[in-house]
Design a protein around this ligand. Sequence first.
Ligand SMILES: CC(=O)SCCNC(=O)CCNC(=O)[C@H](O)C(C)(C)COP(=O)(O)OP(=O)(O)OC[C@H]1O[C@@H](n2cnc3c(N)ncnc32)[C@H](O)[C@@H]1OP(=O)(O)O
Ligand SMILES: Cc1cn([C@H]2C[C@H](O)[C@@H](COP(=O)(O)OP(=O)(O)O[C@H]3O[C@H](C)[C@H](N)[C@H](O)[C@H]3O)O2)c(=O)[nH]c1=O
Length: 230
Amino acid sequence: MRVHASIKTLDWENAFFQRNSAQLTWDASATLDLAQLDVFDVVQAKVDSQQTTQLDTLQQLGFRLVEGEADLLLAVTVGERQSGIRIARPEHIPALRTAAGAAFAYSRFRAPWYQPHDSARFYAQWIENAVRGTFDNQCLIAHDEQGKLQGFVSLRELGVDEARIGLLATLPTAQGQGVGTRLMLAALDWCRARRRNKLRVATQLSNLAAMRLYLRCGATLESTAYWLYR
Ligand SMILES: CC(=O)SCCNC(=O)CCNC(=O)[C@H](O)C(C)(C)COP(=O)(O)OP(=O)(O)OC[C@H]1O[C@@H](n2cnc3c(N)ncnc32)[C@H](O)[C@@H]1OP(=O)(O)O
Ligand SMILES: Cc1cn([C@H]2C[C@H](O)[C@@H](COP(=O)(O)OP(=O)(O)O[C@H]3O[C@H](C)[C@H](N)[C@H](O)[C@H]3O)O2)c(=O)[nH]c1=O
């Protein structure tokens, strides 16, 4: 079987998860040496859900479905300062790590490919990095009138006029009260202040609560994809 793809080692993930992993990317000018697939503990591939031939090829090579992903886009037309929102500071990191470690039940960093606690550790590190301005540029927190943490959103600038939401979550005790909506409006305001006219966000296809939130805030569904691992 001839497969036009190449493999790239995932250095950040390998250091963090202590796994030897790589990602397969489609490349018409390359021919994959199939023996290379066996060099790694995990080989990941993200395939647009319309690319059925690629999906069939991966399954023939022994790849298994891990999760579906939806990529959404919001136009930054409005944005006004939200009350009860502030920029997260290093002193917020312990509470944010605990919240992020518990929030993301749907994750592609899951067993049997990853250790049971890896996904919690991963999202805790992601939000800490956002507070420190590495990977994501900033983390905003939502708090109540007493200053108690209600939720968080991390944001990253992309190219010249776009931004991406990294992580967004409301603490379980504050859900269903509009905190998620407030965080989205704050994210749009963050974009407006930085002259970013497009805001991207991705979530798992199984995450109906997140999908409803983004669509309600004006997002359009741009594409869907599957993650497969071998
Ligand atoms: C980029 C990513 O990180 S994707 C992953 C997203 N995050 C997660 O999955 C983490 C776990 N989940 C969560 O944190 C939350 O469920 C979120 C972020 C998805 C939603 O946060 P919430 O604060 O509950 O959102 P919000 O309160 O604005 O809306 C939730 C529901 O409450 C309703 N609601 C909002 N305000 C009120 C109110 N005052 N009274 C009654 N209902 C209300 C909304 O209409 C909505 O209903 P629906 O989803 O059934 O249509
Ligand atoms: C913290 C951090 C991460 N990275 C690397 C590690 C990974 O290779 C990527 C992140 O991959 P991504 O596909 O974005 O990961 P997820 O599937 O977990 O994310 C999706 O679901 C989340 C819940 C959330 N909605 C997110 O927006 C989605 O994309 O980055 C790195 O290099 N450096 C870091 O500091």
